[in-house]
Write a protein that binds this ligand. Structure first.
Ligand code: C2E
Ligand code: CA
Ligand code: CA
Length: 677
């Protein structure tokens, strides 16, 4: 062990690491909203060592998790935090995020003190995301599953920030100190901050400005629409013993006045901003997957990014200096009222508009717009900063998902099994509709403990005991009890279920199914019938459906729609390995590797894949755009027994809709011709 390593371990043992707390304040009301906890090291010989020095060392020697545990344990134990509604933000190193068991460790630490994780914000810097986005996404989702909030820290210091903002489930955006520094003096920087804040808002994120040191900065940020501020103006980091005093004290900062700049600061021109800073800002601006622009008082484009030019279908240079009406005359009437209101000082977010299909072809797009007024030094409106997102795909995906869920539910309805979900109190939160068919009790009445009314009184005690036992021990449930049929007769049922564990190891619910006890149950004829009905349902679905059997990894069902979309290359009986040789590419044109096929992911990991867009090359040479969604299929005892994929031909989605309405018309005609009428 090196000297440093020994010294670090000693420092932990002797309690030299401790947390300090810096206030985070709501700018609009100047009220304390919470604290960011920062680590400190008071070395017995060297005195205070800066975090920027000791954190890399702790990371290097694998001690960084120990630091987080130490400072979080102290923080969670403070009554002034535990017994309030204040939020607590904590910094997490990239190594921690990408390493394993972060969520579990945090849950463990919180469990000891009972601190509610809904009030914990995990701050992540970009570098964690750059190296392994997929791993970061997994970790982020685990943290979200615990209830934690996620913040992107130091926003604006990396190049691909906006991409990450889009991909990861962030709740908060922390605008880096370096932007805040110049927000008062530099007009150009202000425009960018306005655009960034507008962007954050359009993504539904809470925005926090870091390093707020002066009144002027805070006022300007408030005017630009920022939600929260943190910095020396509101308070330096304090130790735990002074926390109570900070919470009790009145902040005495009044930001309601119009921002006024010290007169000696004259507006600085673009060319006085250091070149590298400008290049960085430009890169962030340009790389955004969101259209951004700045309009002056006369609604002329002063700046815009590439994405906006794409959305408008007009080159960047043909925008500059022109008015919105000149550049996009057909859309202008739709957006004019919002721009005008923003020019009057009203921030407008979350406006959804339908952009008509261009005359040159293409489809109608759905756009999400937000308009943020920007003011100059004297508080006069300088113009409006605009953020535009194309949410056509999202809308379509949502619709496709809703439909595939419907298919799934339909299939469940045909099944003689009744799936159920119990919460951690042992109450039924969901049950399959076949329960109603079986017992006559409506599902809404069966929820909670209502279903017990249909259970034979003699069987209730051991049934409840089995549930309690499973919740306490994590053991599966396997019991039999009698239920009353609508005819009054009692039939024996078998109910099996297994607890589902969250990342923290705690049970989150129990999934299970109940079915009639075999023998007494369906005749083989009836079984055959329900199987036939299942096939009929799958065959009637207008989307392609492919089912994979997990046991032998072969394709067991290909419905006619799938056959039509994929061609003869796909058939029942083919192996999964053959299936992954199909010529599929990602939306960006990259050939899909076998492990990247959604069905493979689902069968290997049991995870659903939501609406993935791919390009498929049919044997006849035609290229088709497909939307793939997959779902795992579990048996009653929780085994993964298969997976199915729903395949939607995006090119033909429109034709299908037409076909369905034609079919509906036909069947109406049919029934009017029916002799029974
Ligand atoms: P950070 O997350 O950006 O934390 C904010 C830093 O800005 C803190 O520095 C804080 O003292 C400083 N600061 C706050 N207000 C102002 C202001 O108005 N003006 C100026 N000039 N500075 C201000 P600190 O405490 O030295 O921390 C430095 C960095 O060390 C943090 O940056 C964070 O990335 C990291 N860090 C701190 N504690 C931890 C920890 O427990 N775990 C990990 N992984 N990293 C930590
Ligand atoms: Ca931070
Ligand atoms: Ca920061």
């Amino acid at each position: 062990m090196s000297f440093i390593e020994t010294d670090l371990a000693r420092a932990f043992d002797e309690g030299e690491f401790y947390p300090v707390f810096q206030p985070v304040v709501e700018l609009r009301t100047c009220q304390l909203a919470g604290f960011e906890v920062l680590a400190r090291w008071n070395h017995k010989q060297l005195g205070q060592v800066a975090p920027d020095e000791f954190i890399p060392l702790l990371e290097k020697f694998g001690l960084i998790d120990r630091l987080s545990r130490t400072i979080l344990t102290s923080a969670f134990a403070l009554p002034v935090l535990a017994e309030s509604t204040l939020k607590l933000a904590v910094n997490i190193s990239p190594i921690q995020l990408l390493g394993d068991r972060l969520a579990e460790r945090i849950a463990d630490t919180a469990r000891q003190s009972g601190f509610p994780l809904e009030r914990l914000v995990i701050e992540i810097t970009e570098s964690a995301l750059l190296s392994d986005l997929e791993r970061a996404l997994d970790a982020a989702q685990e943290l979200k599953a615990l209830g934690c909030k996620l913040a992107l820290d130091d926003f604006g210091t990396g190049y691909s920030s906006l991409k990450h903002l889009h991909t990861l489930p962030f709740d908060e955006l922390k605008v880096d100190r370096s932007f805040v520094n110049s927000v008062v003096e530099k007009r150009e920087s202000r425009k960018i901050v306005a655009a960034v804040l507008g962007l954050g808002q359009s993504l539904g994120l809470t925005t926090i400005a870091e390093g707020v040191e002066t009144h002027e900065q805070a006022q300007m940020l408030l005017w630009l629409g920022c939600d929260f501020g943190q910095g020396w103006l509101f308070g330096r980091p304090v130790t735990a013993d002074r926390l109570e005093a900070v919470v009790a004290q009145d902040l005495r900062v009044d930001l309601t006045a119009t921002p006024v700049l010290p007169s000696e600061i004259s507006p600085i021109h673009l060319d006085t901003i250091p070149a590298e800073r400008l290049a960085l800002l430009q890169a962030i601006y340009d790389g955004a997957p969101v259209g951004l622009c700045f309009l002056d008082r006369k609604m002329r484009y002063m700046s815009l990014n590439r994405r906006l030019a794409e959305l408008n279908g007009v080159p960047i240079e043909n925008h500059l200096g022109k008015t919105v009406e000149e550049v996009i005359p057909h859309i202008f009437p739709l957006v004019e009222p919002y721009i005008r209101r923003a020019m009057q000082g009203e921030p407008i977010t979350g406006v959804e508009i339908q952009k008509p299909a261009p005359a040159s072809g293409g489809e109608r797009r759905t756009l999400l717009l937000s308009y943020q007024p920007a003011r100059d030094e004297a508080g006069e409106i300088l113009g409006v900063s605009v953020a535009i997102m194309d949410i056509t795909e999202t809308k379509r995906t949502e619709a496709a998902l809703r439909e595939s869920e419907d298919h799934y539910r339909h299939m469940m309805h045909l099944s003689p099994h009744v799936p159920w979900v119990l919460d951690t109190r042992g109450h039924v939160t969901e049950a399959g509709s076949s329960w109603e068919r079986l017992t006559g009790q409506p599902i809404t009445d069966a929820l909670g403990n209502g279903w017990l009314e249909m259970v034979h009184p003699e069987d209730v005690p051991h049934t409840l005991e089995a549930i309690r036992h499973s919740l306490n021990t994590g053991q599966p449930i396997d019991i039999e009890y009698r239920v009353r049929r609508p005819s009054g007769e009692w039939i024996w049922m078998r109910s099996r279920g297994s607890p589902r564990f969250g990342p923290s190891g705690r049970i989150v619910c129990i999934y299970g199914v109940v079915e009639e006890v075999h023998g007494q149950k369906q005749t083989s004829e009836e079984l055959q019938d329900s199987k036939a009905a299942l096939y009929a349902a799958i065959n009637a679905v207008h989307d392609g459906m492919v089912l994979i059997d997990a046991q032998d990894c072969t394709v067991s069902i290909v419905n006619p729609a799938a056959q039509q979309i994929l061609g003869d290359a796909v058939h029942a009986g083919m192996t999964l390995a053959d299936y992954t040789r199909l010529p599929m590419t990602h939306a960006d044109g990259r050939r899909m590797q076998p492990s990247e096929f959604p069905l493979v992911r689902t069968i290997l990991r049991g995870e659903p894949v939501e609406a993935k867009q791919v390009i498929y090359k049919r044997a006849d040479g035609a290229q088709v755009w497909l939307l793939l969604s997959t779902r795992p299929i579990y048996s009653e005892d929780g085994q993964l027994i298969g997976a199915f994929s729903i395949i939607r031909d995006l090119d033909h989605a429109v034709d299908i809709r037409r076909e369905i309405s034609a079919l509906q018309d036909e069947s109406e005609e049919d029934s009017s011709k029916s002799p029974l009428r």
